[in-house]
Design a protein around this ligand. Structure first.
Ligand code: AKG
Length: 341
């Protein structure tokens, strides 16, 4: 499943579909809980009739605050059920995540991440996308804009709970744009390529789109996992399937690199030890908090690892890849430059 051919596909495209990751029993449970907690909720039913995508998080279903051993505050309580918790460390995806987030050659982990910490990746956040089946009478669906950046450091497991057939929409991307050389081809298009990237009933692609960087509309069966790097330009293609879109996104980061600002409740007694370790904040970090967020509830997010560096060494990278951007304040950079860190 994750052999050299799959690695090569992932390295070239920036995404790969790993087939049959979930069996029918897992799908049945995930869909059953989805039915109970999501689709039957009246407010969501109402919103399902609008043109907007429905997005929410597995973590945020109920809220309750708890505190971990480092004094961080966690928000949210349950990951719905065993099947949802088991996706945190899915047996097929776990070794793949460990490699892609642990080996700096892929450009997610900083090159200076000590070897013993490399296996310790983390689930940073998650999303759920839902779309009801489309009817002739339904109005416009604008889809989403392209985003992603070659210097990103997180990767996503996209679990499809229902089939996504040819041309139905859902996950789309511009193949190869996780590499700066290909990203440049998009930047050279000029105009608003972020919004005008795909031809559908409701949207259209710019006429001067560079054919070297084609858009892929990714099809998948229920139970498949689309693995993509957030370095890749990707977005939501308007949904035109007659059936529902039910997609789960589990977004992971290397040890000591955070993307979001909230965390999971690791005091949940139903989590396994391995799941807890994948959810728990690291005690120290290789990047610093975002300036636009309040981290007072999460003091450990500000503790830097002694080996922090301003930049990741690019000599370790696979051909064409970018190193992760190390987010540090100007003050920290100045200290590191002066040899104080
Ligand atoms: O599959 C989709 O709808 C796109 C998802 C997306 O844009 C994201 O996860 O950042």
């Amino acid at each position: 499943m994750w052999d050299d051919k799959t690695r090569e596909t992932f390295a070239r495209q920036g995404y790969v579909v790993i087939p049959d990751v979930l069996d029918q029993d897992q799908l049945d449970e995930l869909n059953k809980v989805y039915d109970q907690h999501i689709v039957e909720q009246k407010d969501l039913q109402a919103r399902a009739n609008t043109e907007n995508r429905i997005r929410f998080s597995v973590r945020g279903r109920e809220s309750q605050e708890t505190t971990d051993r480092y004094g961080n505050t966690y928000w949210g309580r349950r990951l719905w059920s065993k099947a949802y918790r088991d996706l945190i460390d899915n047996e097929t995806m776990h070794p793949i995540l460990e490699e892609v987030l642990g080996d700096p050659a892929w450009g997610h982990a900083p090159a200076h991440l000590p070897k013993e910490l490399r296996p310790q990746f983390r689930l940073d956040h998650d999303n759920v996308h839902y779309k009801p089946g489309r009817k002739q009478t339904d109005g416009d669906d604008p889809g989403g804009t392209l985003h992603g950046n070659p210097t990103a450091w997180h990767i996503t497991c996209v679990y499809e709970l229902k089939n996504v057939g040819p041309g139905e929409g859902g996950f789309g991307c511009v193949v190869g744009t996780h590499k700066p050389e290909n990203e440049q081809k998009l930047l050279d298009i000029g105009d608003d390529w972020k919004s005008n990237w795909v031809n559908t009933e409701w949207t259209s692609q710019l006429s001067n789109w560079d054919k070297d960087v084609p858009v892929h509309r990714v099809e998948a069966k229920a139970g498949d996992c689309i693995l993509f790097t957030e370095k890749l330009k990707h977005g939501t293609i308007p949904w035109s399937g007659t059936g529902e879109r039910r997609t789960l996104f589990y977004k992971y980061v290397p040890y000591g690199m955070h993307h979001g600002d909230v965390a999971y409740d690791t005091n949940d007694p139903e989590l396994t030890r391995r799941q807890k370790s994948i959810l728990e904040f690291s005690p120290n970090w290789f990047n610093e908090p975002r300036e636009d967020k309040d981290y007072s509830g999460n003091p450990a997010l500000t503790q830097l690892h002694p080996d922090v560096r301003i930049e990741s060494d690019t000599s370790v990278l696979m051909p064409g890849m970018s190193a992760p951007r190390i987010r540090l304040s100007d003050e920290t950079k100045a200290k590191l430059l002066n040899g104080a860190g």
